[in-house]
Design a protein around this ligand. Structure first.
Ligand SMILES: C[S@@+](CC[C@H](N)C(=O)[O-])C[C@H]1O[C@@H](n2cnc3c(N)ncnc32)[C@H](O)[C@@H]1O
Length: 259
């Protein structure tokens, strides 16, 4: 039997209203923990967060339009996409000798790229600076682990960190591959990004990306991978050793010395 729906409201600050509609006890515990953690957060815009059995929906007004993004790491469509072999991201973050088993995603965001890497066997450390995104992702990873204990979610660990600070305290080679997906610059001529990215753009920004890239090259065990728009300039003007391109994006691979 389904438990009754619970609705909680928080006014003021960033999260104007939170609705929970979870039917399993453990889901409720996780959802309540998420709410407690984010209750005091502040931001310029007003957001609505809905938590349900499958994941979260974040909504805000962008250019006078209500814009919502629903996210779940067990979403079948996301998993179908993750399953596809031979994707440029996978090729960029692995090698023929299969010596790359640990990846640190320095710009975790909604963790879609990390999920794909974990799905294909990598141990992935996700680093996210923004507290709301971090808390949502932490919740979603816990939820996914509970729902699918044998899934790849055990290989995903998330930390609330500015990656630059984190890398400063790490030894070279602590992870085989360091992955960077900074927010793309928006161009008037280009199509609007997906709702996930539109909402990310309202919440957060790139921090120290060029410095982060330079430090990543000193810390990566085997390579640094940078996601870029297909025709964008190289990060810091540095020529990559390998490039894997798709229709609209490319992955620049920088091999490092520690191999
Ligand atoms: C374009 S999004 C990444 C999207 C992600 N690859 C995905 O699959 O969902 C960039 C993210 O990097 C985060 N970020 C930017 N600079 C950072 C830093 N120095 N440390 C940690 N996170 C950072 C932003 O807060 C944002 O969430």
């Amino acid at each position: 039997m389904r438990n009754p729906r619970i609705t909680s409201r928080y006014y003021g600050g960033l999260i104007r209203m939170i609705k929970i509609a979870n039917h399993c006890h453990y889901h409720k515990v996780l959802a309540r923990t998420l709410i407690e953690r984010i209750a005091g957060f502040h931001c310029h815009d007003e957001f609505t967060l809905k938590i349900d059995d499958h994941g979260i929906t974040l909504c805000t007004r962008i250019e006078k339009q209500q814009t919502c993004f629903t996210h779940s790491l067990t979403d079948p469509a996301l998993l179908r996409r993750a399953q596809q072999k031979n994707q440029a991201l996978l090729r960029a973050c692995s090698n023929k000798k299969k010596t790359i088993s640990t990846v640190a995603d320095l710009t975790a965001g909604w963790g879609k790229d990390s999920l794909m890497l974990a799905f294909h066997g990598q141990q992935v450390l996700l680093l996210e600076q923004n507290p709301l995104i971090f808390e949502c992702m932490h919740f979603l990873i816990e939820l996914a682990r509970y729902e699918q204990p044998d899934g790849c979610y055990q290989q995903m660990q998330i930390l609330h960190e500015n990656s630059l600070d984190y890398l400063q305290n790490r030894d070279p080679g602590f992870a085989d591959c360091l992955y960077l997906d900074p927010m793309f610059p928006s161009h008037k001529s280009s199509a609007k990004p997906g709702k996930d990215l539109q909402i990310l753009q309202r919440l957060t920004e790139n921090q120290d990306i060029e410095e982060l890239f330079e430090l990543a090259r000193q810390r990566a065990g085997q390579r640094v991978v940078v996601k870029r728009p297909l025709h964008a300039d190289r990060l810091c003007g540095s020529k990559p050793d390998i490039v894997y391109a798709e229709k609209t994006i490319r992955f620049d691979v920088y091999l490092t010395r520690q191999v």
